[in-house]
Design a protein around this ligand. Structure first.
Ligand code: ADP
Ligand code: MG
Length: 361
């Protein structure tokens, strides 16, 4: 199969006067596994439906494989869409379900049934070919929906929350199958999800969306290790976000004051004093113990302790810091345990606190 590059150029989607997608631009390389990630209502499905042609574009253009398809109907776009509900026809057997789009195109019966069976084989569902959808488990229905989407030989497959109907165990298994399928077909996948775990596990390219805009588009590791904005850091989890105002800078370090008193240090480029900043500090990089130099830690009061097996999660507060999390490994914690209500020193290394996006001051 051939893969298409998807180029979204300043695309806006309005429903009446409400803006659902706000002038986004994004290039998805041919053959990439791209996840659109963000909270409910941020514009993921609208974006996907505009790529598919199931939704009109209010402004901007979409190019598939270099061709502007903005005004093309879905059938002329060489994309296929798999819906959250699978939308299988209950009264048809699996072969007829999978062959449906070929029937619409006027492909002759013998050929379309042969191709449908081939697709069911690819999804390891040929043994169920004459069953109806109601006689299948959720995971099996999903494979049939995939077979039905792939039978048109699309250059890009668009999936809207494809795993959301599955139980947690099956979700993880089907996620591995999706990844394997994408690699073997080599076509572009665009997969909408609100789950960070899912996006991290699957994507070559994660696009974090918020309120109709793109906050960051990068490889999973980059999004996790260098979140571009406070929103991304919070949404991906595993980061504390501390807000304050810049008081000075030098040597690649910015000092900032947290409202409530303390002065901390983060790595970041020179910034004018007084500017509002958000600083990200990885929860697993904070240790219990005094900082070696001023500004790389604070005194915290433990408010909650959760044992999580291989690690222990401490929720703490500090002067001007409401909500701060420390993930410490179980051995280190139990070697010198702390208790709720105790005051403890926390610290981190110079590179572990970094300026996220600068807010307007
Ligand atoms: P997501 O998939 O990220 O949850 P959507 O793209 O479905 O987000 O929705 C983005 C925004 O657009 C939401 O505020 C939603 O209520 C609104 N919206 C989505 N579809 C329609 C529609 N057909 N008519 C009016 N508003 C819509
Ligand atoms: Mg949606």
């Amino acid at each position: 199969m051939q893969a298409a590059e998807i180029d979204i150029v300043s695309v806006t989607k309005k429903y009446g006067s409400a803006t659902a997608v706000d002038g986004i631009s994004l290039k998805i390389p041919a053959g990439a596994y791209c996840c659109l990630l963000g909270p409910s209502g941020c514009g993921k499905s609208s974006t996907l439906r505009m790529i598919a042609g199931h939704e009109t574009i209010s402004d901007g253009d979409i190019r598939l494989g270099g061709k502007v398809v903005t005004d093309f109907p879905p059938a002329r776009r060489s994309t296929a869409m798999m819906f959250q509900s699978y939308a299988l026809f209950p009264h048809m057997d699996l072969i007829d379900n999978v062959a449906f789009s070929l029937k619409m195109k006027g492909v002759e019966k013998g050929e379309r049934r042969a191709r449908a069976l081939e697709m069911l084989k690819l999804m390891q569902m040929e043994a169920y070919a004459t069953r109806r959808p109601a006689q299948l488990s959720g995971g099996q229905q999903q494979r049939v929906a995939l077979a039905r989407a792939l039978i048109t030989d699309p250059e890009a497959l668009l999936l809207d929350e494809p795993l959301s109907a599955l139980d947690p165990f099956l979700k993880i298994r089907m996620r591995a199958e999706l990844k394997r399928l994408q690699k073997s077909l080599g076509i572009t996948f665009v997969h909408v999800t609100h789950s960070q775990d899912e996006a991290m596990a699957l994507a070559d390219l994660i696009v974090v969306m918020n309120d109709g805009r793109i906050e960051q588009a990068a490889a999973p590791r980059e999004v996790f290790e260098r979140p571009a904005t406070a929103f991304v850091a919070r949404f991906m989890g595993d980061h504390n976000v501390v807000s304050g105002r810049v008081t000075g800078h030098g040597d690649g370090l910015v000092t900032f004051e947290v409202p409530g008193g303390q002065t901390l240090v983060a790595s970041g480029r020179a910034m004018e004093a007084g500017r509002a900043v958000d600083v990200g500090i990885r929860t697993d990089r904070v240790r219990i113990g005094a900082a070696e130099s001023q500004g790389f830690g604070f005194t915290a009061i433990v408010s909650n302790i959760e044992y999580q097996g291989a690690s222990v999660k401490l929720s703490v507060t500090g002067a001007g810091i409401e909500d701060f999390t420390v993930i410490t490994d179980d051995a280190a914690f139990f070697a010198s345990p702390v208790i709720v209500g105790e005051a403890i020193p926390l610290s981190w290394a110079a590179g572990d606190a970094s300026i996220l996006g600068a807010l307007d001051s």
